[in-house]
Design a protein around this ligand. Structure first.
Ligand code: FES
Length: 251
């Protein structure tokens, strides 16, 4: 790669590619498992994996459903909904920068030559689909509401009552990180306040814009922590559901 840089500029793209590849491999594996995604009343818990929520398939395990089911769907319920969080992350402005650098070396780092001879931006197929990001943002907000509902619901343990377990904390932190990630979205910030010519004449939008800005500043941090934690949440629920570990009740 043509560059005068002598530092380890390649480290960041390598780490990015490694984490994203690991996440894609794990989430694909988890999505096709169609098992151990819910811990229900038999274990006095109400914990659902974020990869499987909302559980919309007709054969969701008892208790995992959200009151609406597509009875004709017989594959893993995760396959119905994962397209939305996946599309949301894939089209995210921050992730685009990261994976263009990590996988396509376009460019791999600042002051390092692009691995490609020409550049067409995102104006051609398939990259113009990246413009759909704002619509994925809407879906992302809906999923956040559902995952927040799941987290609140988990605090009520069937047969025991309200209480706090490690699982409730895991689901709550997961929902909070996903909110942090979504609220910092560049497209969302633009929708809320970017098209306003004068904030003076739109005080409400100015307040929303001001509220979103700190999340936007930390968007990269939320992007990584929420990505890793959503996988961790699935692993935790999976381990409890399979009986490998017990969801410890704190009080
Ligand atoms: S820019 Fe990253 S979620 Fe929208």
């Amino acid at each position: 790669m043509a560059t005068l840089r002598t530092d380890r500029w390649w480290l960041q793209p390598v780490v990015t590619a490694s984490i994203l590849t690991a996440f894609v491999v794990y989430s694909t594996w988890a999505a096709f498992q169609n098992a151990n995604y819910y811990v229900g009343a038999a274990a006095h818990r109400d914990l659902i994996s974020p990869f499987y929520s909302p559980c919309l398939a007709g054969d969701c395990v008892p208790g995992a459903g959200h009151g609406f089911a597509i009875s004709a769907w017989t594959l893993s319920p995760a396959l119905i909904i994962l397209i939305f969080p996946l599309g949301f992350r894939l089209t995210c402005y921050y992730y685009r920068r990261s994976y263009y650098r990590a996988f396509w070396w376009s460019p791999p780092a600042c002051s390092v030559a692009d691995a490609h001879g020409s550049y067409s931006g995102e104006s051609r197929f398939p990259l113009f689909f990246q413009n759909a990001h704002r619509y994925f943002w809407y879906f992302g907000l809906v999923l956040n509401v559902i995952l927040t509902y799941d987290a609140i619901r988990a605090f009520h343990q069937p047969g025991i009552g309200w209480g706090v377990t490690v699982g409730t904390i895991v689901l709550t932190v997961n929902a909070a990180l996903l909110w942090g990630y979504s609220l910092g979205c560049h497209a969302g910030r633009h929708i809320c306040g970017g098209s306003v010519k004068s904030f003076h004449q739109s005080p409400l939008r100015y307040k929303i814009w001001k509220f979103l800005t700190p999340f936007n500043v930390k968007h990269m941090n939320f992007a990584w922590t929420s990505l890793i934690f959503v996988a961790f949440t699935d692993i935790y629920v999976r381990l409890v559901a399979s009986g490998a570990i017990t969801d410890y009740r704190l009080f």
